[in-house]
Write a protein that binds this ligand. Structure first.
Ligand code: NAD
Length: 483
């Protein structure tokens, strides 16, 4: 299995290599095979990418928005036409099952390119009457934006950042996660083929230090990170020193609340999607499942039966429902949390061990009788581990759901819609689902509150984060001066 790209970096419309950069290996986590060997960006490579971006941006900003949008929509069509190959690449790099990558990765990236491609030409300013005089506003691009990605949705993350950035006239230098470096390069090639002028979307590889170099460079106007809270704190602080704009899409420990009047089959299905899809490696997962005590036994019974039927295996086999975790390190981390949960006295309902002897597979795991103060109920595990907590009444569950530093997402299952709205109105979360979970279509804004982040991706809200407002005061009469 090889997925070696033509070069490590894609800069100014071309493949670039600099073998003096440290080696980055992309490993297929289902069998440990090295599928590609790349080099980290050296300071020269980073400089080249930023220079190219800066050079290209002014012309791009001056183009008619409808023309910018057309190129992005062409790229969306190319992504869709090549969805199968891109999905195989993403499966090799991340280990996520093809069954998922075929529908959720390049496909959602294409949606973002199409959406922001269409959005580009609709952006306008305001006119502000001021009596005799008036003012108007212009929406201007920020300039060069740095994008830094996580490893769980590599091409989706690249598109969620690149599409609005490019649509509104910016250039981007994107650094994918060192664990999944490949699909951003494929995206760069496709954007180029769609007609994006050279230099507007550049990909540089590297670990944290390369991200830090981008976040501190004076040529970068904005940094958009998808990653963990500890990394977010560092990148936000670095950006603050340079007074740069930021978008921070960080981690979570989101509550999913199941009231006794809920459709339990739907609630169980959503809880499983919100904990086992992508082997649980999703930021917005509803990892604290609060179930009202009167339906707890029934909920757990249904959950256990359905979890036992999950098909684990070779992620390239389309009948596989759950693949490995992304890396051995992540598997070890997750198994450590499982051991800790058992040590803390949580009741293991199913799973709890590694699956098989090779590959980074962990069984879908459910803990019941979990208490709020247990580590497995407080920390982001980022693996297929669901914790089920009991509650008695609405007020109690809202307080407990909010008792976390995180605030990315939340879900409520109930047939009582008045209660559903009342509850989500009080939940401290950037995105809430009622009788659904984890669906993130590009039309709706997505992002966190509290430690889970700053800013929003997608929807009309993204405009705020990739443009700035210029105000122009227009004097239409004589200047009234006391001097
Ligand atoms: P991570 O924080 O380890 O790394 C994220 C990215 O930041 C990587 O590209 C990494 O190389 C880079 N980085 C690391 N240190 C840096 C530094 N000092 N300066 C600049 N860049 C640096 O996260 P991860 O393990 O790749 O991804 C998992 C995390 O991402 C989880 O916490 C998950 O919740 C979060 N996540 C959030 C969202 C969201 O939209 N909110 C989506 C996906 C993942």
């Amino acid at each position: 299995m090889r997925a070696q790209p033509k070069g490590s970096h894609f800069i100014n419309g071309a493949w670039v290599e600099d073998e003096s950069g440290a080696i980055i290996e992309s490993i297929h986590p289902a069998n440990g095979e090295v599928i590609a060997r790349l080099h980290e960006a050296t300071p020269e490579i980073i400089n080249k990418a930023l220079e190219a971006a800066q050079r290209a941006q002014a012309d791009w900003a001056a183009r008619a928005p409808v023309e910018r949008g057309r190129i992005l929509r062409r790229a969306a069509d190319l992504l869709r036409a090549r969805n199968h190959d891109l999905s195989v690449l993403e499966t090799l790099d991340t280990g996520k099952p093809l069954q998922e990558t075929l529908v959720a990765d390049a496909a959602s990236g294409a949606d973002a390119l199409e959406y922001f491609g269409g959005f580009a030409a609709t952006v306008t300013g305001q006119t502000i009457p001021l009596g005799r005089d008036m003012a108007y506003t212009l929406r201007e691009p920020l300039g060069v934006c740095a994008g830094i990605g996580a490893w769980n949705y590599p091409i989706q993350i690249a598109c969620w950042k690149a599409a609005p950035a490019l649509a509104f006239g910016n250039a981007m230098v994107f650094k994918p996660s060192e664990i999944t470096p490949l699909s951003a390069l494929a995206l760069a090639e496709i954007l180029c083929e769609a007609g994006l002028p050279a230099g507007l979307f550049n990909v540089v590889q590297g670990r944290g230090a390369v991200g830090a170099a981008l976040a501190t460079d004076a040529r970068v106007a904005k940094v958009s990170l998808t990653g963990s809270v500890p990394t977010g704190r560092k990148v936000y602080a670095a950006a603050a020193t340079g007074i740069k704009a930021v978008t921070m899409e960080l981690g979570g420990k989101s509550p999913l609340i199941v009231f006794e009047d809920a459709d339990l089959d739907n609630a169980v299905g959503a809880a499983m999607l919100g904990n086992f899809y992508s082997s649980g490696q999703i930021c917005s997962n509803g990892t604290r499942v609060f179930v009202q005590r009167s339906v707890k036994a029934e909920f757990l019974e249904k959950l256990k039966a359905r979890a036992a039927r999950i098909v684990l295996g070779d992620p390239l086999d389309e009948s596989t429902q759950m693949g490995p975790l992304v890396s051995e390190e992540q598997m070890t981390r997750v198994l450590g949390y499982i051991a800790q949960g058992q040590g803390e006295g949580a009741r293991l309902v199913c799973g709890g061990t590694r699956a098989g002897e090779s590959g980074c597979f962990v069984q879908p795991t459910v803990f019941a009788d979990v208490h709020d103060d247990m580590v497995i109920a407080r920390e982001e595990i980022f693996g297929p581990v669901m914790t089920v907590l009991d509650f008695e009444d609405e007020e109690e569950v809202i307080t407990r759901a909010n008792a976390t530093d995180y605030g990315l997402a939340a879900g409520v299952f109930t047939r009582d819609l008045a209660r559903a709205h009342r509850v989500v109105g009080q939940l401290q979360a950037g995105t809430c689902w009622i009788n659904s979970y984890n669906l993130t279509p590009v039309e709706m804004p997505f992002g966190g509150v509290k430690a889970s982040g700053v800013g929003r991706e997608n929807g009309h809200a993204a405009l705020e984060h990739y443009t700035r407002v210029k105000t122009v005061y227009l004097g239409l009469g004589d200047v009234e001066s006391p001097y």
